[in-house]
Design a protein around this ligand. Structure first.
Ligand code: IPM
Ligand code: MG
Length: 373
């Protein structure tokens, strides 16, 4: 019998909105890899969200945080939406996806963007700019305006209200994420574009200086460029195939990745991995989640696209499990599924009949069977 300790622990949190239904398809895929390829994994469900609040009084109950801390990887669905919005503010603050990211110091968020040729016809951008689109946004994930203090809403003596958030970075926060991006660039085309707003913001000036220093000191073999974030947003839709690795701050990365989704055809196509580099003992920790949110308007209808979540599983196979062949196999299966014409509503073109979330899961499993046979 396999020792339980030899298995990597994956905590599965479906979360809110379309999170559970897309995550279900990823769990089916993970089980395929456990059954058919002996992937050394143990899956554990953990409560999160409005349902967890009703049962345990917290969105992120202590046992979920504990499970997450002991996990090798977390597969997360989505958070946010009307069920959470009605809960008291302290409850929402105490427990959330942001607390998991922060609590585990998952500071580097990799968001790969690939344009599949099979989707060119239905994509919102012209096919001619989609040729060869394959880039990664490395988003800083645990700093800056998402977490900076002071923050809050206060009432001023004259009765007005004032909302405050703080954009703040330290040199070490900048350097650790930029290092991940430089290292990633070395495994690709040796090109890195750092994105900031240094023409207006001091935190951006510091960001740029630290990027330059690290470049000179350790990564002069990488071709480095800088871009302002407003220009970057435009370039990503104007000519998405000119990018390779982009590194940027937390808020800019959030916005640019939604923008970049248009190059992949739909927000339903973008996977992500939030990571910390391996420690001295070789242990890693990562949270895998689709870039899309909870999409409350289509939740529970079995029409959401599970491919962002399923491709996040491919990232897990590659990064947490160190099984590149399995990751390639799953990515090939996704491509095969698209080439065979299977489309959820978000990626359906004229003349396509959209299929359900579950049917897309079926189609990927069938592609896996076919390719692996
Ligand atoms: C994302 C999401 C999250 C973020 C939300 C759900 C808090 O938009 O991962 O891109 O802003 O980071
Ligand atoms: Mg976002």
């Amino acid at each position: 019998m396999t020792q339980a300790t030899n298995l990597l622990k994956v905590v599965v949190i479906g979360g809110e909105g379309i999170g559970p239904e897309v995550t279900d398809q990823s769990v089916r895929v993970l089980n395929w890899f456990i059954d058919r390829r002996h992937a050394p994994l143990q899956l554990h469900d953990a409560p999160y969200g409005a349902e967890a609040y009703r049962e345990f009084g917290q969105i992120l109950p202590a046992q979920t945080m504990e499970a997450v801390r002991n996990a090798d990887a977390i597969l997360f669905g989505a958070t946010g939406g009307p069920d959470l919005d009605v809960l008291p503010k302290p409850v929402r603050h105490q427990g959330s996806l942001l607390r998991i990211r922060e609590g585990l110091t998952l500071f580097a968020n990799l968001r790969p963007i690939i344009a599949h040729a099979a989707l060119f016809a239905s994509a919102p951008l012209k096919a001619e700019v989609l040729e060869g689109v394959d880039f990664v946004i490395v988003r800083e994930l645990v700093g800056a305006i998402y977490f900076g203090q002071p923050r809050g809403i206060e009432t001023l003596p004259d009765g007005q209200r004032r909302g405050v958030n703080t954009q703040v970075y330290t040199t070490s926060e900048i350097r650790r994420v930029v290092r991940v991006a430089f290292e990633l660039a070395r495994t690709r085309k040796h090109r890195l574009c750092s994105v900031d707003k240094a023409n207006v913001m001091e935190s951006g000036v510091l960001w740029r200086e630290e990027v330059d220093k690290l470049h000179q000191a350790e990564f002069s073999d990488v071709d480095l460029s800088h871009m302002y974030v407003d220009n970057c947003a435009m370039q990503i839709v104007r000519k998405p195939n000119q990018s390779d690795v982009i590194v940027t701050d937390n808020l800019f990365g959030d916005i640019l990745s939604d923008c970049a989704a248009m190059a992949a055809g739909s927000l339903g196509m973008l996977p992500s991995a939030a990571i910390v580099p391996r420690d001295a003992a070789g242990r890693s920790k990562a949270l895998y989640e689709p870039v899309h949110g909870s999409a409350p308007d289509i939740a529970g209808k079995n029409i959401a696209n599970p491919l962002a979540s399923i491709q996040s599983v491919a990232m897990m196979l590659r990064m947490t499990l160190g099984r590149p062949e399995d990751a390639d196999l799953l990515e090939r299966a996704v491509r095969h599924t698209l080439e065979a014409g299977h489309r959820t509503a978000d990626i359906a073109g004229r003349g396509d009949t959209p299929i359900s979330t579950f049917a897309m899961g079926d189609a990927v499993l069938a592609s896996l069977d076919q390719i692996a046979a």
